[in-house]
Ligand binder design. Sequence first.
Ligand code: BDR
Ligand code: CA
Length: 313
Amino acid sequence: MTRRLILDVDTGIDDALGIMLAVKSGFFQIEGITTVNGNVSLQQATLNTCKITEFLGASSIPVIPGADKPLIRKPVFEHRVHGNDGLGGALLDMQPSKRPEAGFGPDFIVETVLRYPGEVTLVMTGPLTNLALALHKCPDLIHHVAEVFFMGGVAGGLGNITPTAEYNAYVDPEAARTVLHAGFRKLTMVGLDVTRRALLRADDIAKLTDPRIREYVADSTSAYFDRYEERNGVRACAMHDPLAVAAAIHPELVTTKPYYVDVETRSELCDGQTVCDFQNRLGRPANVEVCMDLNEQAFIQLFVDTLNRPEAG
Ligand code: BDR
Ligand code: CA
C-alpha cells in the first residue's frame, strides 16, 4: 500500500522546515499541500509554500489554498515570530514560477482521502480550519483517513500566544474542537510542551552539507533564534512543525498516551487552551494520542540527515 500524505500548513518558518523534511525524506507520496490562514495571510502562506516547494525542486507537488480565515473568528497573524513575510526574510526576492492549484484545500482533503481510502495520512501544522471544513462537508472522512497528526495545543505547560494557549489552537479553537471530537481512529497531538524540547541549534545547521539549504535554514531562522533566546534563555529554534512531520515518518521518536482532550472556546482568559484529562476526571473515553516525550537527539539527527540526502525525495 502506498503511504500518501497531505500536509496542511500556514507557512511559517517552522512549517517550511516541516515541508523540507517531508519532501526530502521521500517517505510519503505527497498528494498535495493545503494552505491555511495562520502565521500569515492565506495568500502569503500559499506564496511561501510555492517558494519552498520550488526551492526544493518539488514543484510538481500541488499546493492548494484553503481557508482564508478561522471558522468564526478574526485572523491573528504571528509576524512577531515569523517576520512580515513568514519566512523570516529568507527567499524574499524569489519570484516562483510555481502557481497554486485552482481548488479549495478542504475539498482537496475530502476528494483525496475518498480516492485512496485508508492510505492518506494528514499532518496539520497550522490552525485546524481546513480539516474542520472538510469534516463539515464529509463527516465520514474519519473512517477513511489513515492517521492524523497535528501540531497544536499544549498538554501540560505554558502557552505561547496567551499564558495558557498554544497558537494554532488559539487561532481557531472551534476548528480544533471539531477535529478533537470528530472520532478519528488515530489522532495524534504533537503539543507545544513537547515541541519546545525539539531544539535546532546553530551547530546543527552547520552540519547541513548542501550550501543552499544550509544558507536558507540559517537565514530563515536567524531572527527566530534571537526571539527564542530573549524569552527562553536558549539560543535555538523550536522545531514545532517538523516534529509533527517526523512523528508521522518515525513514530518511535515520540512517546504518546491516550487521553481525553478538549479545548476551551468560551473564556475571556483561556480561549484556545487545550485541556488534557490526565486523571480521567471527566470519565470520557480517550480521543487523542497525546505526545508526552521525544528523543530530541534522534529527531535532530533525522532532520539533519534527511536534509543532507542528495535526492529531492
Ligand atoms: C505553532 O504556531 C506557529 O507559529 C508555528 O508555525 C507552529 O505551527 C507553534 O505554536
Ligand atoms: Ca505552523
